[in-house]
Write a protein that binds this ligand. Sequence first.
Ligand code: NAD
Length: 492
Amino acid sequence: IKLNQENLAEISKRIPCPTYDRSQLKTGIVHVGIGGFHRAHEAFYTDELLHDEAIKDWGICGIALLDFDTKIYNTLKAQDGLYTLIIKELDGTLTKRVIGSITECLFAPENPIKVIEKMASPDVKIITLTITEGGYNYNEATKEFDFSNPLIQHDLDHPEAPKTIFGYLTQALKLRKERSLQGCTIQSCDNIQGNGHMTKRMLMSYVNTAEPELSAWIETNVSFPNAMVDRITPATSALDIELLKETSGIDDAWPVVCEPFKQWVIEDDFIAGRPAWETVGAQFVKDVVPYEKMKLSLLNAGHSVLGILGALYGYSTIDEAVGNADISSFLRIYMGNEVTPTLGDLEGVNLKNYKFSLIQRFGNTYIKDQIDRICSQSSAKIPIFILPTINTQLETKGSIDHAAFIIAAFAIYSVGVNEFGTQLIIKDAMEQVLNEKAIASRTHPESFLEIDAIFGSLKDNTTFVAAYTKAYQNIVQNGIEKAVKDINSNIL
Ligand code: NAD
């Protein structure tokens, strides 16, 4: 049976479906980036909330911003915004349900004005984002907004037909101001430390150039709460689509799969009101920074460690990588000796349990999180997930050996083929420079650290360069497996 609104009553005999009246919902949230994560996380929490029939103001309009997003837009449109969430429990059980909180979808390249109008609608109180780490247009070397991006130049020249989130938000906020409407909240759900601060800083850089007279209005009328988001959501595979058909007879062109664990810790700073997400498990706190730091530097960095080492070993999924005893020892030592000292006191968090549960979550053999996905856009991830740990450890003269080893492994990974001759699929906005520097590193390992946009001034730190070079040479001379054993036993 095809998944759509008309068939929902029939489908609800097979798996749980929205019991609320979707046609009665107002759109209170615009979400940009209707990828897997949004649909496993914010849309899931909101769906739970909407089961309280009294709540009518928080339907979601999903925006597909990039040309690349035609497929997800067409799929969701054909399914009336409905999709199946398949939760893969640790014992392999599948918990399935249809999510109904996305009530509208728009494809920005087709109709930019409609998107701007929707973002400026008086009913819309919150604009949420999952535009990936790279979407914030932040340059690690300059620590500033990257005006050299041709898409940003396009938006400055064509404000009526933008291509980037910054062009869209600026136009929408300008309309709100011109129409004397209320401001709104812009809430990032991406894996970036201080994601609200980052969103505000990058947007204000753009606005100060594009529409300087709008800046003061934004300062007073728009809030940018920080948030920590967590739920491992791998890319949906053809097998998942088949599995849903086989087990429930439901024809859903793009279900979402995820782990059972979920967490959302949000700063309570919503200038135009918000859904009561706390009633369905989100946590509202005054200061989200410690939670973010813990999650980015343990879970996200952990993923990058498993992804990069896993690719060099020839694995294709995260559970295979963490299932290797040497790789999981490496990760435990990295988390224990190098990350933990940087985290300080985390009130109310049992770090030991958190680290233990991470190894368990990574090891979920039913999730099959692809190493290619985890390694994609590493040039944007490493500065956020791993460099803060390195910088703090260097300042406090703590150990950085495992972190330096990861960067060396990343340099070797960026050549695009592992030592067993397996081609590595590198999806990265900086792929070309990564590859060039990776090849140059074969004769001069430090060459890789010259990519300032990723590593900033790390190349000038002699302690780091020494540890990195040693690790690089060890991997090249002895092979990845022996090099990982060596670095682990130096510490053990
Ligand atoms: P996905 O590939 O399924 O979707 C990515 C979405 O981001 C797409 O809708 C795409 O249009 C949009 N996007 C990419 N670059 C953009 C840009 N420059 N401007 C505007 N939109 C852009 O990926 P996903 O799994 O949904 O992950 C998206 C983000 O969510 C991650 O980068 C991360 O920050 C966050 N996140 C993901 C997970 C996870 O496990 N997948 C967990 C926590 C947080």
